[in-house]
Write a protein that binds this ligand. Structure first.
Ligand code: PLP
Ligand code: COI
Length: 371
């Protein structure tokens, strides 16, 4: 049976009997931070090798109890996604390209030897949660409801001869403000020399928790060097630029009517960002040609020195589009342009946000109405 022929997963609905009061919700949503506050409910679906996907539930947000010998706690078999729900002008709550997240979730699942979830069930789980917790979708400018679908291996046992025969898929939701506090401020980045995020044949293209666990040491190295974010270089030569902490990178070449953008090609070691993919389509439609092209650290520095590279920005669901102002590495440091947010960066940011918040029509079919 193909996934489109399989019957849809049924969800039992068990609304919470201990919801946060309207007053308390208003108080925490005024300054939500990022991923610190969670809504009243969550959606779960279980999988086992015998039964396939079953037991879909919407229930009160709460702890997940695991046996200490549960596989995920030892071997990190875990994947996740990140997407946002927005209130558009006039009231509809929408998600941005949730089917693309569902497809990437399944590519991550395949790499981590976990079961693929029918895309319809992934999107349905999000719809159910956002409809139930509609009051938690922030209306404040720049705020949104961050959705975090994830899947863990739940088999009890320490053997490593085969992957877990059972898994738990869960979606939780968190009202969020901007990922980087303080408005659109350029970030400073550190070129990591001591650490590598991903190598060919590894898990770099999968959105698995282990990639992020392994990245903390590099992020700490960046902070120790007074930088906001780490930039990962290729594993073999530590020369080619891959991506930033939780974001892809774009380089703006030239300016005005001549401006064009490039981003490193996804060669298996970087995450295929949905924001990145959207900008590769949006850019050309705005008259900004966009392409995938490798860039080395030397080319980045020389391009900034000659003025050929005028702006650099990072992009991702959490941080939308964030300018990069300063680059540092061992024994080197340079400023990009005048170190301030550039016009191409800000134009692409505004255009993308306008589509997400419904201030402009969506000619791409990216907007999915949730409620
Ligand atoms: N790269 C990494 C490592 C990420 O964690 C993310 C965030 O999801 C991105 C890039 C950007 O991906 P997206 O635009 O799909 O959020
Ligand atoms: C996202 O942009 O959704 C991310 O996953 C980045 C980070 C919060 C892990």
């Amino acid at each position: 049976m193909t996934s489109s022929q399989r019957p849809d997963i049924e969800f039992d609905i068990h609304p919470s009997d201990h919801r946060v009061s309207a007053e308390e919700r208003k108080r925490v949503m005024a300054v939500p931070g990022f991923g610190e506050v969670f809504t009243d409910h969550m959606v779960t679906i279980r999988w086992s090798a015998q039964r396939g996907w079953h037991d879909g539930r919407l229930e009160a947000y709460g702890s997940i109890t695991l046996d200490p010998a549960t596989s995920v706690l030892h071997y990190g078999q875990e994947i996740f996604e990140g997407l946002k729900a927005y209130v558009q002008a006039g009231g509809p709550v929408v998600a941005f390209r949730p089917q693309a997240n569902a497809a990437r979730f399944n590519r991550s699942a395949a790499r981590m030897a976990m079961p693929e979830l029918p895309e319809r069930a992934f999107v349905r789980a999000i719809e159910l949660l956002v409809r139930q917790d509609r009051d938690w979708v922030p209306a404040a400018a720049g705020h949104s409801l961050y959705l975090r679908p994830f899947m863990i291996a739940t088999e009890r046992g320490l053997g490593v001869n085969r992957p877990s025969s059972s898994c738990l898929f869960t979606v939780i939701a968190s009202p969020v403000a901007a990922y980087f506090a303080g408005g659109v401020q350029p970030v400073s980045v550190w070129l990591s020399q001591d650490y590598t995020r991903a190598a060919p044949g590894g898990t770099g293209e999968a959105k698995c928790g282990g990639n992020y666990a392994a990245a903390f040491a590099g992020q700490l190295e960046a902070l120790r060097n007074d930088c906001d974010q780490v930039v990962w270089l290729d594993a073999a030569e530590h020369r080619w630029v891959e991506e930033m902490g939780g974001m892809n990178l774009f380089f703006v070449h030239g300016s005005g009517a001549e401006a064009r953008i490039t981003t490193p090609a996804p060669t298996g070691t970087l995450l295929r960002g949905i924001t990145r993919d959207s900008l590769l389509k949006l850019g050309p439609d705005l008259g900004i040609p966009a392409d995938e092209a490798p860039i080395s650290v030397d080319q980045w520095r020389a391009g900034c020195a000659s003025g050929e590279i005028t702006e650099v920005f990072a992009c991702g669901t959490a941080a939308v589009i964030t300018p990069v102002g300063v680059v540092k590495g061992s024994g080197q440091e340079w400023v990009i342009g005048d170190g301030k947010p550039g016009p191409v960066t800000m134009r692409l940011r505004d255009e993308l946000l306008d589509i997400q918040y419904g201030r402009q029509p969506d000619p791409y079919g990216w907007i999915h109405q949730l409620c």
